[in-house]
Design a protein around this ligand. Structure first.
Ligand SMILES: C[S@@+](CC[C@H](N)C(=O)[O-])C[C@H]1O[C@@H](n2cnc3c(N)ncnc32)[C@H](O)[C@@H]1O
Length: 400
């Protein structure tokens, strides 16, 4: 672990274990709340005191970028207006200074990403001096991007893309930016599918891989559904969301990754949208308690969709609806996987005991030991008909 590579969203990624927060100088409080992504994970950052949740993208340590944010070795050099000199180094110094002045901790890195975005070049080209001079339109475009970042807009929205599970996804303000910690949800679902093939086949009569059916509930950009479809080339996937805007982005991403034929997008509320029960249900629901929304970091509160964040009064409302629907949504031998808040496991297990008697819950911590994923298996079936037929937004493969 620990080698770096160029991420598809232009950010240099250093592959580190998910408990790398301590290595990177995060406080335990930050790590518990999953402050490991570009923006603090809103569903954990909500409870942080104002002194810990920074405004304007001043997030402090970042799991994927261990460079100390203050290590701007150009800081001591004079800052020239890039419009006058049009030199890349002047543009970088100017941009970094602008971002630092409004408290963005990752100012130097963000300035580089935004300049590369404008120039359409790699880090190697920028660092290696391949860019002699910016054009005037490039300087002006760079100024505009720096101004957006100064206002708190996340880098992923400005660049329009975000990496997840090694794939690049189109993102904009219609969808939540996929978070690195959500990759554990995908990994657990994949581990279950590969480890339980026999079980699934025996219980459901599934005889070949093409019968495997998965459902991503609250799909947003489609990152989870698409990552699963890419890893399981014979599977079909339902990707549902209540937001038509989110489904439009998911549709773009399905096309981008060539999985349109195997992913059926459905609009509707949680499991109600499904057309049939699935072997595996995966869900990263909104789970910020209502009272915590106002205290979110500006990047999240002002830019990411409210419907992707708000989990009702105690943050558990989506889980109540989801658990209640599982008996009709899961095939025998199947399992459901939920991303959860670090402090939710006990409450969710009690909820499952009431709503899903006899089901078996297992909590998977991340490598730092903080609860991240809840798996629910052995759910007693209820063969009530799924109710999603009228909300389908594109023909299912069987109808094409
Ligand atoms: C936390 S985001 C997760 C997005 C994406 N799966 C990811 O992990 O990046 C939650 C998603 O659930 C969707 N959502 C909110 N309420 C919903 C509901 N009642 N039914 C279905 N989806 C819902 C939101 O629109 C949003 O896309």
């Amino acid at each position: 672990m620990g080698h770096s590579e160029e991420r598809s969203d232009g950010e240099p990624t250093v592959l580190l274990p998910r408990d790398s927060s301590r290595l990177l100088g995060m406080t335990e409080v930050q790590a518990r709340r999953g402050l490991t992504s570009e923006s603090p994970d809103p569903r954990r950052a909500a409870a942080l005191p104002a002194s810990v949740v920074p405004e304007s993208g001043a997030q402090g340590a970042r799991c994927l970028d261990p460079s100390p944010p203050a290590a701007d070795d150009s800081a001591a050099l004079p800052v020239h207006d890039p419009l006058e000199t049009r030199q890349p180094q002047d543009a970088l110094r100017w941009g970094a200074g602008q971002l630092r002045a409004c408290g963005i901790a990752s100012f130097a890195r963000d300035a580089r990403i935004l300049l590369r975005q404008v120039l359409g070049c790699t880090e190697e080209a920028l660092a290696g001096g391949a860019i002699a001079e910016l054009t005037v339109p490039q300087v002006l475009a760079f100024r505009r991007l720096i101004a957006r970042r100064r206002r708190g807009e996340p880098i992923a929205y400005i660049c329009g893309k975000k990496a997840f599970m090694g794939l690049e996804f189109t993102v904009d303000r219609r969808v939540l930016i996929p978070r690195p910690e959500t990759e554990l949800l995908v990994e657990q679902a994949l581990a279950f599918v590969s480890g339980d093939t026999q079980n699934l086949a025996g219980e459901t009569g599934r005889r070949k891989g093409s019968d495997l059916l998965l459902a991503d509930i609250g799909a947003g950009s489609g990152a989870i559904a698409i990552a699963l479809a890419k890893q399981l080339p014979c599977a079909r996937v339902y990707a549902t969301d209540i937001s038509a805007d989110a489904l439009a982005v998911a549709r773009e991403n399905c096309a981008l990754h060539g999985v349109t034929e195997r992913i059926t997008l459905l609009r509707g509320s949680y499991l109600d949208a499904l057309l049939e029960p699935a072997h595996v249900v995966v869900c990263n629901p909104p789970y910020i308690p209502t009272a915590d929304i106002a205290g979110l970091a500006r990047d999240v509160r002002d830019y990411e969709p409210h419907v992707a964040l708000a989990g009702g009064e105690d943050g558990l409302e989506p889980y109540r609806a989801l658990f209640a629907g599982l008996p009709a949504a899961l095939l025998p031998g199947g399992a459901a996987f939920f991303e959860i808040g670090y402090d939710m496991a006990a409450r969710l297990q009690r909820l499952a005991a009431v709503l899903l008697p006899g089901a078996v819950c297992e909590v998977f911590p991340d490598l730092a030991g903080f609860d991240r994923v809840l798996r629910i298996a052995q759910v007693a079936p209820n063969r009530a008909k799924p109710r999603g037929e009228e909300r389908q937004t594109q023909p299912s493969p069987s109808e094409r």
